[in-house]
Ligand binder design. Structure first.
Ligand SMILES: [Zn+2]
Length: 290
């Protein structure tokens, strides 16, 4: 029974991956057409409006409703920040590691650590930025700027920043999503927001608090994104001092994924990263995107 269930989920995973592959190609093309058509139509509206026609040939390949329906009644068996299906490290070529910065959004969490972001740009350090939808909505111009910079890959940090659960399970006192539908919606509304912002769908998702149950992990994958965790907790939710950040980053290793935050300029994160990242690079490490 269990084996059959797992086999089915694996098969669903494969078909979702295939569907996502097609969606990426299709949407990317359609998006480019849209951009071109919109840009052109700003100057000559009547002559070019017909160019959006290809959009109608690319229906959405992924439906959050269908995915939620497929998992209705599924009972989670695992919970946490690390499990099969969550990317916590990556396969490195030599001394590569990945930096990820979350912007959690919501009241008191919509700032930008400009010194950190400027430092990454000046030092040409690539990073994956996990943006919550509330943060994007509060900083639309800044988000658009980041989207245009090839140093940064924008990824999905959810809509309401909830732990991704199908039963409402909480982490750090924050209630998780309460159903398969709510879990799918927590991913999807920001998936669509980021697709519009960047011009192609996000590849990665990290739940608020980075907690998931195994059913939620499967749902994220079916929606075409890879659930991401971390191997280095670099700033303890932006509560660490600069010194603590530097110590945590001493765990730098090939294939490591460091998690820190970019929305708390008053925290030790920026100063700690600015001090330690050049040292790690001097040890021969290269920073890469996931
Ligand atoms: Zn967060």
């Amino acid at each position: 029974m269990l084996d059959r269930g797992m086999a089915r989920r694996r098969m669903l995973g494969i078909s979702a991956a295939l569907a996502a592959g097609f969606a990426t190609t299709g949407c990317g093309t359609a998006q480019n057409n849209t951009t071109t058509a919109q840009a052109t139509s700003a100057t000559t509206p009547p002559a070019t409006s017909g160019r959006v026609a290809p959009l109608s040939t690319a229906p959405p390949a992924v439906s959050p409703t269908a995915v939620a329906d497929r998992y209705a009644g599924a009972q989670p068996r695992q919970w946490g920040v690390e499990m099969r299906g969550i990317t916590s490290t990556f396969e490195a070529t030599g001394k590569q590691m990945a930096l990820t910065f979350d912007a959690c959004g919501g009241p008191g969490n919509n700032d930008v650590d400009e010194s950190l972001v400027s430092f990454l740009i000046t030092q040409q350090i690539p990073a994956t930025l996990f943006l919550n939808k509330r943060w994007i909505d509060a900083n639309p111009a800044r988000a658009a700027q980041l989207a245009l910079n090839p140093l940064f890959e924008l990824a999905n940090h959810g809509v309401a920043h909830k732990p991704l659960s199908v039963t409402g399970r909480a982490a750090y006192g924050i209630a998780g999503t309460g159903s398969v539908r709510e879990a799918a919606d927590e991913v999807w509304a920001n998936h669509e927001r980021l697709t519009t912002l960047v011009g192609k769908p996000p590849r990665f998702f990290r739940a608020g608090t980075a907690h998931y149950d195994d059913v939620a992990v499967a749902i994220v994958k079916e929606l075409g994104e890879a659930p991401v965790g971390y191997s280095i907790n670099a700033d303890f939710g932006a509560t660490a001092s600069a010194t603590q950040v530097q110590s945590a980053m001493n765990a730098a290793a090939p294939g490591a994924i460091a998690l820190a935050h970019m929305h708390r300029p008053q925290s030790g994160t920026g100063a700690g990263m600015i001090a330690v990242l050049p040292k790690i690079r001097a040890m021969g490490f290269t920073y890469v995107h996931l």
